[in-house]
Design a protein around this ligand. Structure first.
Ligand SMILES: *Cc1c(COP(=O)(O)O)cnc(C)c1O
Length: 373
């Protein structure tokens, strides 16, 4: 890269934990003329985007919209709006993003009760029920649906059933699950959920779709204290994104990124949710076969593996960083490193959204074969 000249990135194949390859249709949408963020046509686009998001999340929640910031902001939006100082929240931890949830709870001045399960395994439902019984004053239960750090799918439906049995609101991280595996916000009674633009939606990074149930909205409207984040206070954001034609300035939406988000959701709608899930499952099967032929082992049990995030054990004696560098430089291919407890032990191969296609899988397998032999 040279200083003070136009930046032209190479065309990489992004098969890490996100961002994933962006569909060119989405990049084209993003390059269209910027509208004012209260232009009537942009307001129309906001309304259409909300409808498409309701489809993607499978919900009729009116409070469903994209937050103008990455998935981490969606996470923070859920916690800061539902929790007040002194509240108690149960957090299921079996990877990095569960740990981040604990951080969020504590920074709200709330008390985090954690159920820790082994990384690479699912959250233990019995341990969760024990904790729910032991703490009858819990307000919220939070968990990660698709733990991107370990490649594990947690049992979202069953965890939500448990939470409601003990009268807890649920906060669900669906950053990596949305568009990649089955997710049903209304069917599973999820109260607050957030996702991200750059994983299985294959959109540019920087947008976080969220949705809140009527129950959650009641809780937010009846808070005793103000939401400690001005920017993420849903009571204020609805004035801009909310119901009805009258919109008030809250912040300037990243207008062109919203064109991209809309296009990404349109693509998902055109394909159909079930077809998108099936495509991810097929891609995973193809990749898993190829990896087995190379003698590479997936670390997660096939019963709860994420098809969109494949965790591969690094073979004995292989230099993790050197291989990833070679893949990037010689094959323009990005795969992910291990995170947290798994650093240096595994690679994470993403098959997310537009990146989940036979051509990418063949490219990845050929590149791995070349660098490992
Ligand atoms: C990527 C990811 C996030 C954070 O999203 P950003 O857009 O990077 O802020 C949160 N949770 C999970 C499970 C993720 O995979």
């Amino acid at each position: 890269m040279h200083s003070f000249s136009t930046f032209i990135p190479p065309e990489r194949t992004l098969m890490g934990p996100g961002p994933s390859d962006v569909n060119p249709r989405i990049l084209n949408a993003m390059a269209r003329p910027t509208l004012g963020h209260l232009d009537p046509l942009f307001v129309e686009l906001m309304d259409e985007t909300k409808k498409l998001l309701q489809y993607a999340f499978q919900t009729e929640n009116p409070l469903t919209m994209p937050i103008s910031a990455p998935g981490s902001a969606g996470m923070e939006a859920c916690f800061v709006n539902l929790l007040e100082p002194g509240d108690k929240a149960l957090v299921c931890v079996n990877g990095v993003f569960g740990l981040r949830m604990v951080e969020n709870v504590e920074r709200c001045g709330a008390i985090a009760i954690t159920v820790n399960s082994t990384w690479g395994e699912q959250t233990d439902l019995n341990a969760v029920e024990d904790a729910l019984k032991a703490h009858p004053d819990l307000k919220v239960m939070a968990f990660v649906h698709a733990e991107t750090s370990t490649g594990v799918r947690n049992e979202a439906k069953l965890l939500c059933e448990l939470a409601h049995k003990y009268d807890c609101l649920t906060i669900v991280d669906a950053v990596t699950s949305l568009g990649g595996i089955e997710l049903n916000v209304d069917g599973w009674n999820i109260d607050a959920i957030y996702s991200g633009s750059q994983k299985c939606l294959s959109c540019v990074p920087g947008i976080s779709p969220v949705s809140f149930s009527e129950r959650a909205v009641q809780v937010i409207q009846n808070r005793k204290t103000k939401v400690q984040s001005w920017f993420l206070d849903m009571n204020l954001i609805v004035g801009y994104w909310g119901q009805g034609a009258k919109r008030a300035y809250h912040h300037t939406a990243p207008v062109n990124s919203m064109y991209a988000m809309y296009e990404a959701l349109l693509i998902l709608r055109e394909e159909g949710l079930e077809n998108a899930w099936a495509r991810h499952a097929d891609g995973h099967a193809k990749l898993a076969n190829g990896l087995a032929e190379l003698g590479l082992e997936l670390t997660v049990d096939s019963g709860f593996r994420l098809p969109q995030l494949n965790v591969v054990r690094i073979p004995e004696g292989v230099d993790d960083a050197a291989i990833r560098k070679q893949l990037l430089e010689e094959f323009n291919l990005e795969i992910g490193a291990g995170l947290g407890e798994h650093a240096g032990k595994v690679w994470r191969i993403g098959l997310m959204g537009y990146a989940c296609k036979p051509r990418n899988i063949d490219h990845c397998l050929a590149a791995l074969r070349s660098v490992l032999t």
